[in-house]
Design a protein around this ligand. Structure first.
Ligand code: FEO
Ligand code: CA
Ligand code: CA
Ligand code: CA
Length: 615
């Protein structure tokens, strides 16, 4: 950058160079420290963590969960609670013995196959068929229990002392919510036949929250956790015979009807996850769940009114009248963006019980003239009743002609301007012609044509779309939009769409924007979950990272890099804004414990050495 640009820049840090090693880097004048890792105790009766084998199944609900993702910090009268999602497991790390045994079985299978093939080649006889390798990573009910308990949500009290931040073990607020925690269902789908199961004849209660990806918060101080790839936990032990609507739902949402153990094989140990025996169980996952972190005994609420899809996060805004708006993305190739608007207004200290259950869900249409519309998902518009709109929301979006997007990940609302941003992370199938010459589609058959908001065929870099609601009202049904940035690689592609927009240069390249938060001063913090091999199309980008963007000038500057193999996801701040909490998910290096130890996902704190505001 030129001296002039540096002078004009809003950033109080020098750009960090791309990194390729196994640890975290922050700019000069900043420091980072590990706050909590997978397996760290939230309670003093938690099992001890072994740096090479992890911890046992018993007590796995007493430790900080695995694969940290969305998080929010809550402050009340000086008490600070950090609430953090644990999205999915890393079986090779979490189930070291079972996965080692699986790898050994597969090694023997391959060895025997190679011997037969060599013999056949020598004899000139027909070659043996390639063997099928096993992929089931669990080998016992204990394995399943451990996986179920290290995912979900961790609530913990944190405090800053002389040595930095730490978790208060045994705080009365500490809590683990996982795949077996009792939940309440509310909204239009609650009590519907499609939500009833053998264990819950009323269709109003369920167990567990699944694949907790991004987060959100409400103005009244509760936490929102978002169920993303919930489909992967269900399977079947026998032929699935159910009605066409349900089968179409399995197909649209990616729930397998193949008779096989699958990766997690929950259904081999717990009939709840077996769709041949409990066909409605998957209808009870894929929602936004509200958790009151201040009431450790409270029952989390699954809000069906906000729709069922692969929820990334939930970003709220208030309309001028005080209605609650929640923006949400459905992270799958060619799926949609959504907006909830409450019927009632939010009154601080007033009744909030209807705000996420009574209102209107909308889906986004982005037009090529750079305007767009939030189309209301009503029974009239979709031909579906309210309960089915809530359960089969993707089909409702298709019915009204929503725009297929390049995988909507996090949405962030700018607190300093009436605008929202969504990371469209990438889409390897955008526009790609199938063999018969037609355009590729999402799972519902909606075409993924190249259009103004998703302008690149085979989009490997991703973009961030910004919209400005008309009348400065997040409740408005129309908006103007533009692309805040198209990521790209100007050193590989000198011109054209794959070089990225003008705010991308050789110094700040990245791919696959995913996590995003906008701080109270309006800086956009962008986290990446992309290709980190640093070669070819991705040369010069280094490891996954976090960058800061200026919404006004468009300037983007790299602030933090994660360890090799990791994704940087999840971001929140202390009440005084002098500490940033950042999540490091699935590190590929033995982070943060060092050589010989298991890699552990972790939440780190980042501070300015002079104690100033971060950024
Ligand atoms: Fe869990 Fe779409 O990221
Ligand atoms: Ca994500
Ligand atoms: Ca991602
Ligand atoms: Ca991830």
């Amino acid at each position: 950058t030129t001296a002039h640009a540096a002078q004009d820049s809003r950033f109080a840090f020098q750009q960090l160079a791309p990194q390729t090693d196994g640890t975290v880097h922050v700019p000069e004048g900043y420091s980072w420290k590990t706050l909590v890792r997978w397996g760290d105790p939230l309670f003093s009766d938690a099992p001890e963590f072994d740096r090479t084998t992890g911890h046992p199944a018993q007590g796995s609900d007493r430790v900080f969960g695995e694969n940290t993702d969305g998080m929010e910090l809550f402050n009340r009268r000086g008490v600070e609670l950090l609430v953090v999602n644990s999205e999915y497991p890393n079986p090779k790390v979490n189930l070291t013995e079972s996965v080692a045994a699986l790898e050994e079985r597969n090694r023997v299978i391959m060895e025997q196959y190679n011997e037969r093939r060599t013999a056949a080649e020598a004899a000139g006889t027909e070659l043996p068929p390639e063997p099928e390798l096993e992929d089931q990573i669990v080998s016992s009910a204990d394995d399943v229990l451990l996986l179920q308990q290290i995912q979900g949500v961790s609530v913990m009290e944190v405090v800053e002392g002389e040595e930095g931040w730490s978790v208060i073990v045994d705080s009365p607020y500490n809590r683990r919510i996982h795949h077996n925690t009792p939940m309440v269902l509310d909204g239009p789908a609650a009590g519907h036949d499609l939500l009833k199961t053998a264990a819950n004849a009323t269709g109003t209660r369920s167990l567990g929250t699944f694949n907790n990806c991004g987060s959100g918060r409400t103005p009244w101080g509760t936490y929102l956790t978002c169920e993303e790839n919930f489909n992967g936990y269900f399977g079947t032990s026998s032929e699935v015979a159910t009605d066409d609507t349900v089968m179409a739902g399995y197909q649209r949402y990616g729930i397998s009807t193949d008779i096989e153990p699958g990766r997690y094989n929950y259904h081999g140990y717990d009939a709840r996850f077996d769709i041949s025996r409990n066909p409605n169980e998957p209808h009870r996952a894929g929602y936004i769940i509200e958790i009151d972190p201040w009431e450790p005994e409270s029952t989390p609420v699954k809000h069906t009114a906000l729709g069922r899809f692969k929820h990334e996060n939930a970003a709220y805004a208030l309309t001028p009248a005080g209605r609650v708006v929640v923006y949400m993305g459905d992270d799958e190739r060619g799926e949609f963006m959504y907006k909830w608007v409450s019927r009632d207004v939010y009154v601080p200290g007033g009744d909030t019980s209807t705000l996420l259950s009574e209102g209107q869900l909308h889906v986004a249409r982005f037009d090529d003239d750079m305007t767009g519309e939030w189309v209301a998902l009503t029974p009239e518009a979709t031909g579906m009743d309210a309960a089915r709109i809530a359960i089969f929301t993707r089909m409702a979006g298709s019915a009204v002609g929503a725009t297929t997007m390049d995988r909507p990940e996090w949405i962030a609302v700018n607190p300093t301007a009436v605008e929202g941003y969504c990371c469209l992370t990438n889409n390897s199938r955008r526009g790609t012609l199938a063999e018969d010459g037609s355009v590729r589609t999402n799972a519902g058959g909606d075409p993924m044509v190249v259009n103004a908001v998703n302008p690149r065929e085979t989009n490997r870099y991703g973009q961030i779309v910004r919209w400005r609601p008309h009348d400065d009202d997040h409740g408005a049904t129309t908006f103007d939009w533009d692309l805040y940035v198209m990521a790209g690689n100007p050193t590989v592609h000198q011109n054209g769409l794959y070089a990225g927009t003008a705010n991308i240069n050789a110094g700040n390249m990245f791919n696959s924007p995913d996590g995003m938060q906008i701080d109270t001063t309006g800086l956009i913090w962008i986290q990446t979950d992309g290709d980190d091999d640093n070669e070819g199309e991705f040369a010069g980008m280094g490891n996954n990272q976090m960058l800061a963007g200026d919404p006004v000038t468009g300037e983007i500057r790299r602030f933090l890099t994660g360890p090799k193999g990791s994704e940087v996801t999840g971001l929140t701040w202390s009440a005084d804004r002098r500490t940033m909490f950042v999540g490091i998910q699935h590190p590929g290096a033995p982070f943060p414990d060092g050589e010989g130890a298991l890699p552990r996902s972790a939440v780190i704190t980042v501070k300015r050495n002079d104690g100033g505001l971060v950024g």
